[in-house]
Design a protein around this ligand. Structure first.
Ligand code: NAD
Length: 254
């Protein structure tokens, strides 16, 4: 990844969930390179500590917090630990995901609940506990990782698509309720090559990339750049909305 180091979030404190891997890792690294101290949050301790170590090795500030963002007490604790380590909280990137697919007739109710807890309820909880802390030092920005699945669906993504579509409504209402000092936006990634794609063959990846006007799959850095923009002062007049970052994938009708 290119290091720009232009200090776009200098002096800020950011909390990134799902930061052990993929898009969250990319965002944590970019926010740190742009001057933020970062709380790297994940359930994967080993990989989370790796992201943290990379930031520290590059001269940035980071701590690892093990938290299951689908659990209320752990969301509350990740906010408290970030604020106590760095003295403030300015940016929350709600990004972690867990999901199971299946038609409604086949999907286990507990898998529906877990997908909605990790993918949607967590954003409510992080606002509930995070907004008062952000306001102690003047407010900040929340960026949620939604998906092109917020707007269009794939078969059998019953719980995932419900969670991702729900994020758009939640993003809007949080922006209304907590502006002007807290801005809330979503990014909607298209097909981004992360460990989430590990089961997909090279041929299928190529086929998928060919469907995208940009003729490639996205990278975590593509999404991290959009998150950085929405979290930074450059986006100070942007709230309650969403930014599709998909190489043109859903510009096509069929
Ligand atoms: P990833 O699998 O690389 O990373 C997800 C991270 O979330 C992992 O580190 C995992 O350990 C962590 N995680 C899972 N459950 C957790 C929990 N309960 N608490 C805390 N951490 C937990 O996936 P990714 O592709 O980087 O996805 C990141 C986000 O981007 C997700 O919200 C996903 O829905 C969204 N997204 C991804 C794509 C894509 O093509 N990769 C497309 C659209 C949207």
């Amino acid at each position: 990844m290119a290091t720009s180091n232009s200090g776009r979030v200098e002096g800020k404190v950011a909390l990134v969930t799902g930061a052990a891997s993929g898009i969250g890792e990319g965002t944590a690294l970019l926010l740190a390179r742009e001057g933020a101290a970062v709380a790297v949050v994940d359930i994967d301790v080993e990989a989370g500590k790796r992201t943290t170590a990379t930031i520290v090795r590059e001269g940035g500030k980071a701590i690892f917090i093990r938290a299951d963002v689908g659990k209320t007490a752990q969301v509350k604790r990740m906010i408290e630990r970030t604020a106590s380590a760095f003295g403030r909280l300015d940016i929350i990137h709600n990004n972690a995901i867990w999901f199971r697919n299946g038609k409604a007739t086949e999907l286990d109710e507990k898998d529906w609940d877990r997908t909605l807890d990790v993918g949607l309820k967590t954003v409510f909880l992080s606002a509930k506990y995070g907004v008062p802390v952000m306001r102690e030092t003047g407010g900040g920005a929340i960026v949620n990782t939604a998906s092109v699945h917020s707007l269009v669906s794939f078969e059998e993504h019953t719980a995932y698509d419900a969670a991702k579509a729900g994020l758009l409504g939640l993003t809007r209402v949080l922006a209304l309720d907590f502006g002007p000092d807290i801005r809330v936006n979503s990014v909607l990634p298209g097909a981004v090559l992360t460990p989430l794609w590990k089961g997909i063959s090279k041929a299928d990846r190529r086929r998928f990339a060919d469907m995208v006007p940009a003729k490639r799959l996205g990278t975590p850095e593509d999404i991290a750049s959009a998150v950085l923009f929405l979290a930074s002062e450059e986006a100070s007049f942007i709230t309650g909305t969403s930014l599709v970052v998909d190489g043109g994938l859903i510009a096509r009708s069929m």
